[in-house]
Design a protein around this ligand. Sequence first.
Ligand SMILES: CC(C)(COP(=O)(O)OP(=O)(O)OC[C@H]1O[C@@H](n2cnc3c(N)ncnc32)[C@H](O)[C@@H]1OP(=O)(O)O)[C@@H](O)C(=O)NCCC(=O)NCCS
Length: 209
Amino acid sequence: MKILIANKAHAKYAETICDTIAESAKVRGTGIARRTPEYIITKMENGNAIIALDGDNFAGFCYIEVWGHDKFVANSGLIVSPDYRNQGLAKDIKKAIFEHSQNKYPGAKIFGITTGLAVMKINYELGYQPVTFSELTDDESFWKGCQTCKNYDILTRTERKMCLCTGMLYDPNKKKEEKPRHESFNEKTYRRLKSIKQTLFYKKDKESN
Ligand SMILES: CC(C)(COP(=O)(O)OP(=O)(O)OC[C@H]1O[C@@H](n2cnc3c(N)ncnc32)[C@H](O)[C@@H]1OP(=O)(O)O)[C@@H](O)C(=O)NCCC(=O)NCCS
């Protein structure tokens, strides 16, 4: 398995990447910000993506988005092809894009929003902390990316304060010795939080219909 900084030679995988992201979101039944192959290709051409290849076969992908004049960097669109899941590949891709982000955008805060427990767990191990949305970028174009998510009405209804996603942030300016309050990621807590949010927000949906 090769994990590489993607370039324009990888453009041929863009369609597969978009299809895999869309199909996985359908299977999970969760919302996802949709991306076009053109958008993915631009990320590759700008050296802002990591791709995992098993020979010529697409195995995984993740890209960087830059917001708030380089102050914030998001590692988004993580996808592992179903054939390669549960082998630690997402962890390796996230680690590679995390290091690449720090090298390319030194000093930037790195963040993500996700409903995925696997992603939360990986982020936590990399040093991210869960935060409220107000600690993330206020760059309008980042939040516009959520418009294609099926839960977008929740985000607008809460005036961008919360949604089904959890915000997670890595702040390179926080002293290394500042230990997180909890030593390990508590999956049970996040499952419960997700379920509470779903009940709360989806119920409101029904009532307002
Ligand atoms: C989520 C996804 C990227 C995980 O990829 P993967 O290569 O199977 O993940 P890894 O093998 O690196 O697993 C990393 C950790 O997450 C855990 N994990 C993996 N899938 C999980 C799931 N569905 N639920 C909870 N934990 C999960 C693993 O057990 C592992 O934990 P460990 O370190 O304690 O063993 C992959 O399933 C995928 O592409 N899903 C569809 C797209 C998606 O959900 N993307 C995230 C959008 S926010």
